[in-house]
Ligand binder design. Structure first.
Ligand code: HEC
Length: 296
C-alpha cells in the first residue's frame, strides 16, 4: 500500500510525457501537421525518440513532406540518429527524392550511413539515379567504401547500371594503380606466397593442371593466360572487358584490391593490399605452370 501511494506522483508526472511522445510520433507517422503542431505547442520534444526513431525520421519514412518541413522548421535535428540511421537514410531507402532534396537543402549530411552502409550505396543498390545525383551534388564521397570494401562504382558495375556507373566515373571516382612490381619478383619469397595463397585463395580457386573451376576460375598457368578465358566460367563484364593476357603488372593491379581496381568484379574479396605479400603471391602464381614464363 505504501509503495503504490509513493508511485502515484511519479505516475502522474510520467504519463503526460509518455502520451506526448506517443502523440507526436503517431502524428508524424500519419503526416498530421495539426497534431504535430499541437504536440509541440504542448511541450513535446521535437527530437524525442520513441525508442527507435525520431518524429522526423517517421515522417520521412512515411513520405510526409509537409510534416517533415514543419518538424525541421520547429527545430528538428536533421542529422539525429535513430536505429535506422538519420532521416536521410529513410528518404534514400524509400527512394523519395523530394524528401531527400528537402533534407539535403536543410544541411543533412550526404555521407549519412546506417551500420557502415552509406546513403550513396543505398541509392545505387535501389537504382535511384536521381538520389545518386542529389547526394553527389551535395558532396557525398563517391569513393566511400562500405562494409566489405564495396564502393558505389563497384555496386553500379556489378549490377549493370551503366548510367550510374558513368555518372560516378565523371564525378570523382579514383581507380587506384599500385606502383610497378615486376622488378621485385626475382627477390620474392615464393614459399610465403604459397602459404598466403593457401590461406586466402583456395576457398575459391583450384590450381591443378587438370582441375576445374570452383567459385573462381582455375589458376593453373594463369600468368600469361588470356584474361577471363576459362571455359564454363561465367565471368563479370568487368573482367571480360579487360583485354590481353595476365601480365605481372595486370595481376599486381587486379590483386591490389579487386573491387577498387576492377569495379564490378565477381571476386569480391579484400585482395592483397600489402605490396610485399602481393609480390610473393604473384611470384608463387608464376610457379603454377609447366613452363613458368620468364621473370622480367
Ligand atoms: C570469394 C571467392 C574468391 C577468393 C577468396 C579469391 N578469388 Fe580470385 N576469383 C574469384 C572469382 C569469382 C573470379 C572471377 C571474377 C570475375 O569474373 O569478375 C576470380 C578471378 C581471379 C583471377 C582471374 C582469372 C582469370 O581466369 O582471368 C585471378 C588471377 C584470381 N582470381 C586470383 C586470386 C587470388 C590470387 C586470390 C587470393 C588472394 C583469389 N583470387 C581469391 C573468386 C575468388
Amino acid at each position: 500500500m505504501r509503495v503504490s501511494l509513493l508511485l502515484i506522483p511519479l505516475l502522474l508526472l510520467h504519463i503526460p510525457i509518455v502520451s506526448q511522445a506517443a502523440a507526436i510520433h503517431d502524428a508524424a507517422m500519419e503526416g498530421d501537421v495539426a497534431a504535430i503542431t499541437a504536440a509541440l505547442d504542448a511541450g513535446a520534444d521535437v527530437d524525442e525518440s520513441d525508442g527507435s526513431a525520431t518524429p522526423l525520421y517517421l515522417a520521412v519514412f512515411m513520405g510526409h513532406i509537409e510534416a517533415a518541413k514543419l518538424l525541421i522548421e520547429r527545430g528538428a535535428d536533421v542529422n539525429a540518429q535513430t536505429t535506422g540511421g538519420p532521416a536521410l537514410m529513410a528518404a534514400v531507402g524509400t527512394g523519395k527524392i523530394d524528401l531527400l532534396n528537402l533534407l539535403l537543402e536543410r544541411d543533412a549530411d550526404p555521407n549519412s550511413d546506417r551500420d557502415g552502409e552509406f546513403a550513396l550505396h543505398v541509392a545505387v543498390t535501389l537504382d535511384c539515379f536521381d538520389c545518386v545525383k542529389a547526394l553527389v551534388e551535395a558532396g557525398a564521397d563517391v569513393n566511400a567504401k562500405a562494409m566489405h570494401g564495396k564502393t558505389p562504382l563497384h555496386l553500379a558495375k556489378n549490377r549493370g547500371q551503366r548510367e550510374i556507373a558513368d555518372y560516378l566515373l565523371a564525378h570523382g571516382v579514383v581507380l587506384p594503380t599500385p606502383a610497378p612490381i615486376s622488378m621485385k619478383l626475382a627477390s620474392a619469397d615464393v614459399e610465403k606466397g604459397r602459404t598466403e595463397y593457401t590461406r586466402r585463395c583456395t576457398t575459391c580457386h583450384e590450381a591443378e593442371p587438370q582441375g576445374g573451376n570452383k567459385i573462381g576460375p582455375n589458376l593453373w598457368s594463369v600468368v600469361g593466360r588470356d584474361k577471363a578465358s576459362m571455359a564454363d566460367m561465367r565471368y563479370s563484364e568487368a573482367l571480360l572487358g579487360w583485354e590481353g593476357v595476365w601480365t605481372y603488372e595486370d595481376l599486381n593491379r587486379f590483386l591490389f584490391e579487386p573491387m577498387l581496381t576492377t569495379p564490378g568484379v565477381k571476386m569480391e574479396t579484400p585482395g592483397v593490399p600489402d605490396e610485399t605479400e602481393r609480390v610473393n603471391m604473384i611470384a608463387y602464381l608464376r610457379t603454377l605452370s609447366d613452363k613458368p614464363i620468364p621473370l622480367p
